[in-house]
Design a protein around this ligand. Structure first.
Ligand code: XMP
Length: 317
């Protein structure tokens, strides 16, 4: 019968046989799938696995540094590449959701290709593809960064000519988590909420600026840390904040303000296909709203999204 321990043993042996002394590149996202794939490959081939973790500047507050530290702590051969400025430039002036996704996908391919070229004599590209990604021609995650639809001029980027190894392609998400646990990956990492590839870019409605990213990172951190503090984080499937492209009038002291509105979103779901908004305690919402408005310069109003999917979606873009 299937057990995580048996899967790990068999898969590590298979990877050893298949890869021998070959070099492999893998893009880490901070998510469960790519992390578990990396740890399995690390067990099989060690330093011949070259992990690349790209900071697109659209991650949660402090996420790049803290996740990079965790990866290093797990013994992975990982290179952190801070490409924030490159992504911000690629997004400049774009406000259409699909255009933003495309710009991010293309920027990722450019950066990853550059980095993969630095690994001399590499033969393989490893991916954290899981079974639902394989069977759904359109990913359950909606229009995610599908590499193939975004390369255009000049043919395939070189890394896409590599042979592909996908050790998780027969597994469901809960099995991936069990394997991660079996291999000693921290439960904090395994239990993280899903986070979209384009990151905060699709939670800043309209065009993206460094200042808007900073504001949303602050708001999001207060919300997510609050969920943890109130022991609500694990009761929610996914949560985040959205920066709306409207200003509203407020008052501070004797002064009239005219500042940004943020929406908070927390949903229950099993696969992201349908979702219900979470009935968060009023006391929690009250504290969170106060913290956000008192601490984040540029925000004077907080609203809570009470829409279900369908007909709304989880993300606003
Ligand atoms: P929606 O907004 O379609 O989201 O209800 C369903 C799930 O998919 C995630 N999502 C994305 N993930 N790239 C991703 O990798 C994307 O472009 C993208 N758009 C939505 C969303 O966060 C939710 O978990």
């Amino acid at each position: 019968s299937w057990t995580p321990a048996a899967f790990v043993d068999t898969t590590v042996q298979e990877l050893k046989n298949k890869l021998g002394d070959d070099k492999v590149v893998l893009g880490l996202s901070g998510g469960v799938d790519s992390t578990v794939a990396a740890i399995l490959l690390n067990k099989a081939i060690g330093e011949n696995l070259y992990c690349i973790f790209v900071n697109n500047g659209l991650l949660r507050k402090n996420e790049f540094d803290s996740v990079l530290d965790q990866y290093k702590g797990m013994g992975l051969n990982v290179k952190g590449v801070d490409a924030s400025a490159h992504f911000l430039k690629a997004l400049s002036g774009k406000s259409d959701p699909e255009e933003k996704r495309k710009a991010i996908g293309n920027a990722f391919i450019e950066i990853f290709d550059q980095e993969a070229h630095l690994v001399e004599g590499v033969h393989w590209l490893a991916q954290g593809t899981i079974y639902p990604d394989v069977i759904e021609s359109v990913s359950v995650n909606g229009p995610s960064v599908t590499i193939k639809s975004h390369h255009n001029v000049g043919g395939l980027p070189d890394f896409m000519k590599l042979k592909v190894v996908e050790p998780l392609r027969m597994l469901f998400k809960d099995e991936v988590r069990r394997i991660g646990k079996e291999m000693g990956i921290a439960s904090e990492l395994l239990g993280r909420h899903p986070f979209p590839g384009p990151g905060l870019a699709i939670r800043i409605l309209g065009d993206i600026t460094a200042e808007k990213v900073r504001i949303l990172q602050e708001v999001d951190a207060i919300f997510i840390n609050g969920l943890r503090k109130w022991d609500l984080y694990d009761k929610v499937w996914q949560a985040g904040a959205i920066l709306l492209p409207v200003n509203s009038v407020g008052v501070m002291g004797d002064e009239r303000t005219y500042e940004k509105v943020v929406a908070l979103r927390a949903v229950e779901s099993t696969d992201g296909m349908t979702a219900d908004w979470v009935n968060l305690p009023y006391e929690f919402l009250q504290e969170t709203s106060n913290h956000i408005i008192n601490r984040v310069k540029g925000v004077n109003r907080v609203v809570y999204d009470i829409s279900s999917k369908p007909p709304a979606t989880i993300e606003w873009e």
